[in-house]
Design a protein around this ligand. Sequence first.
Ligand code: FAD
Length: 559
Amino acid sequence: MLEHDVLVIGAGLAGMRAAIAAQTGGANTAIISKVHPVRSHSNAAQGGINAALTDRGDEWEEHAYDTVKGSDYLADQDAIEVMCKSAGQALIDMEHMGVTFNRDDEGRLGTRAFGGQRRARTFFVGDFTGQALLHVMFEQLVKSGIRSYEEWFVTSLIEEDGQVCGVMALEIRTGKMHAIRAKALIFCTGGLGRAFEPSTNALIVTGDGISLAYNAGARLMDMEMVQYHPTTLAGSGVLISEAARGEGAYLLDKNGERFMEAYAPNMMELASRDVVSRSEQTEINNGNGENGCMFLDCRHLGEALIMEKLSQIREIGIDLAGVDMIKEPIPIRPGMHYMMGGIKTDVDGLTNVPGIYAAGECACVSVHGGNRLGANSLLDTIVFGQRAGDHAAAATRSKEFVNFDGSAAVKKEEGRIQQILDRPQNDDRVANIRLGMGQTLNNNLAVYRNQTGMEDTLRSLGGLRERYAHVPVDNKGAVFNTDLIFSLELGFMLDCAETITVSALDRKDSRGAQARTDYPDRDDENWMKHIVTNKGEEGPEISYLPVSITQWTPEVRSY
Ligand SMILES: Cc1cc2nc3c(=O)[nH]c(=O)nc-3n(C[C@H](O)[C@H](O)[C@H](O)COP(=O)(O)OP(=O)(O)OC[C@H]3O[C@@H](n4cnc5c(N)ncnc54)[C@H](O)[C@@H]3O)c2cc1C
């Protein structure tokens, strides 16, 4: 049987960073990914990565304060302190590994402004920062000699005597099922964006790890906090990076007026994302948009700057909306972008389930609370990926493998998959169920929410789940059966959708990304707490955890 001390699930930035740390810590480490590592969604990150460098006169406390305020005081301040203190070194490490960050006129690492931050502390590579980071990290992975199972899909976890001790994985190229034994699993499986329709996320971002961990007893936290990004392209919903506003772009209504002054007079377009998205949605609802969109105006930035720093999003605008941002404002609207919630961990990636760690977007440490600041997620992946890898390597040193019958496990999982393939044909399709789920979430769990809408969604999800239990898979083959994979991914997304909706219904205040029209105010007395969901007999069960407050007392938030 295949066997490793530490198995990292997911080869985005968090996963590769975790694997390199675990291997360096002396553990026999492997990484597994359903796509080639550099196709992970981290590759799509555009705008940059935050760090406060003291030699620029910036301090980690300033970064931490902006992050706390950005989170609407829901994030855990002890975790934010860890992240912001580590940021400078993490950034320099990436530079030393070979990331070609943009430079300023003096030849030093250059920065751009990003939303919700009083200082420009976002380091970047054009508007394809994620690609630059991910490719450099991949070089390090190759150099390390870590075993990499590429295009292997984790279908379930193996549990023996109540202990999680490995994964079942489908080798996509051949259709062969494998059992992989491990002393520790580190989930770095990314977000769940595709549960919503539309979303800025790649089609592979389907909440697999969040669902697998949840079903193994892991607690999820802050699941109601779903980020709608202020600038997603009309029609397709593809991301137009905050870097555009960071470089000075304006948001306009249909009459060409900048409307942000009424909502955030100081920070204007660079207020935090939840604030800007709400402002846009309010304007759209009031009829000040056009075809459900507002406009992003980059014309005054000039062709030279756009071509140097925003060339990718210019191409996206031309290819997908037929608009050249050098010449015209580009139609945008708020769109689903990021999951603040996820598998609850401590600052070393530990969850409540022994042997399961998590890091990156699938995890909730919680450093983002009610709203993530742009460019803090890439930072989160490398800081907490590394910490989880370090901890897992040390923890597995004195741990024995759990014994189980690998071939029996393979047989059992093959049987489960075969049952799915053997379902009788009916008129339903995986794609229809996914669309139904995505649209109901996007209608009722978007920028503004209310009780009736969310109850509707919960009911719809129940119906979709029933259909899911019978939905046929057309392709019965073994080789690259993406039909089967889409079906398994849909099951993961339905779990995520349910925990999001149940958590959002439970929270009876407005905070960060959750803006309830029926509870419009932030209620610190009753709701300054994390909502935790774990799997019960009848579905998600709710409990609460306190928010860690170290040095920043909650205040009224204005930008
Ligand atoms: C368009 C876009 C732009 C962004 N721009 C920025 C930015 O500028 N700055 C910033 O800070 N953040 C940005 N973000 C957010 C940030 O990129 C992500 O939160 C972060 O990269 C997530 O990294 P990750 O390592 O956690 O997961 P991912 O990079 O999503 O990787 C997940 C991995 O898990 C694997 N996996 C998942 N399920 C399975 C399974 N069942 N079996 C095997 N493998 C599995 C996948 O193959 C993949 O390798 C952006 C996000 C998007 C969508």
